[in-house]
Design a protein around this ligand. Structure first.
Ligand SMILES: *Cc1c(COP(=O)(O)O)cnc(C)c1O
Length: 355
């Protein structure tokens, strides 16, 4: 397999602008390849960024047969560029594909495509501290047929765009609303897959929480409505007495975050204990009230670590660490970012240089 390069002439290429906001600006090129039943993947191309042409009956538009990924390219101090665990992203992309009855991609080829794309558009990788180039691999079902069934043709594409530092003014702990009415995902459903419908389904509750003044929704399990699953589109961690980090066990409805997995491996090397456990919201709130829980934070690629300053359950609010960022969140943030930007040792071999 090889990638056909249809690059813009140098003179027509852009670069990361001085001002940009996440998710709205895109770099010069995109990767695409096409799958047809019988033929497999073909026509891998890196070409100028542009609109897709889709038949109005394309399966993705009606039945949401779609998956995506999110990862970042980081500018090192020496000017080079790092990817962080792209192989883990590729593996998760394929697990999502499998669950959504979509064809898997060759994971090494997928990583190669990201490296080539980011290398070609390296002028779009911002150099300011904490900024990055966000990479969004996606796959959609394109068969033009309204009958319900797994599609026969697919488009796999990768787009990228600059993302500013998540905390330009320093950490800003978020407030979280426990959803007691709506559920994100159920065991046996597709919560483990990074598939678009999960996010569409979450919007109603996020909007309701925002109207009440909360930034994120904390999701409980859909069966008993008491086990903690995730916060927004992040995994969640609770710190006991400044040294034990607890996170919910992957339940079948939790998205297995690569940041979560990285922190579970990294934290013990920094002297913290880690535990994966079923966490009951009522016990957690009691432990916050008694002061046993000293910090709460979300974790995901976008923010790395996102401290939670307040949790609201129905009409009761629980403050955590006086609404301030705690030392554990700060330490994990600094260490993981340090690895991503090539400023700290990478004993796990997580960092893959592009250039
Ligand atoms: C992507 C995602 C995460 C975080 O995963 P990372 O690999 O750490 O970025 C957590 N929860 C949900 C629902 C997600 O979509």
């Amino acid at each position: 397999m090889s990638i056909t390069l249809q690059a813009l002439p140098e003179a027509e290429r852009g670069q990361c602008p001085a001002q940009y906001s996440f998710g709205t600006g895109f770099s010069d090129h995109m990767f695409t390849q096409v799958f047809d039943a019988g033929q497999g993947w073909h026509d891998a191309t890196i070409k100028p960024f542009g609109d897709l042409a889709l038949h109005p009956a394309a399966a993705v538009l009606h039945y949401s047969q779609e998956i995506f990924e999110g990862l970042k390219a980081y500018r090192r101090q020496d000017g080079g560029i790092n990817l962080f665990r792209p192989d883990a992203n590729a593996a998760r992309f394929n697990r999502s594909a499998h669950r959504m009855v979509m064809p898997e991609v060759d994971p090494e080829f997928h990583v190669e495509a990201m490296k080539e794309l980011v290398g070609l558009d390296s002028a779009w990788v911002p150099g300011d501290e904490g900024a990055s180039l966000y990479i969004r691999p996606t796959m959609i079902a394109t068969t033009p047929k309204l009958g319900l069934g797994a599609a026969a043709s697919y488009l796999h594409f990768i787009i990228t765009g600059p993302a500013g530092p998540y905390y330009p003014q320093g950490f800003n702990p978020v407030s979280v609303y426990v959803s007691h009415e709506y559920r994100r995902a159920v065991k046996g459903g597709v919560g483990e897959a990074k598939t678009g419908g999960n996010y569409a389904a979450s919007l109603y509750c996020s909007e309701a929480a925002a109207k009440k003044g909360y930034t994120q929704v904390l999701w409980l399990d859909a069966v008993e409505g008491r086990h903690i699953e995730e916060v927004g589109a992040m995994n969640i961690c609770f710190v006991y007495e400044g040294k034990l980090i607890k996170t919910p066990t992957l339940s079948g409805s939790i998205l297995p975050g690569i940041t979560r997995d990285s922190l579970l491996q990294l934290a013990p090397t920094l002297g913290y204990e880690v535990e994966e456990e079923r966490l009951d919201i009522h016990e957690i709130l009691a432990d916050i009230a008694s002061g046993k829980i000293t910090e709460v934070f979300g974790c995901g690629t976008a923010a790395v670590v996102s401290p939670v300053g307040l949790i609201a359950m129905q009409d009761k609010e629980y403050n955590i660490n006086g609404g301030q960022t705690g030392p554990v969140a700060q330490r994990l943030f600094d260490e993981l970012m340090g690895i991503q930007y090539g400023e700290r040792d990478d004993p796990f071999g997580w960092v893959i240089p592009v250039t």
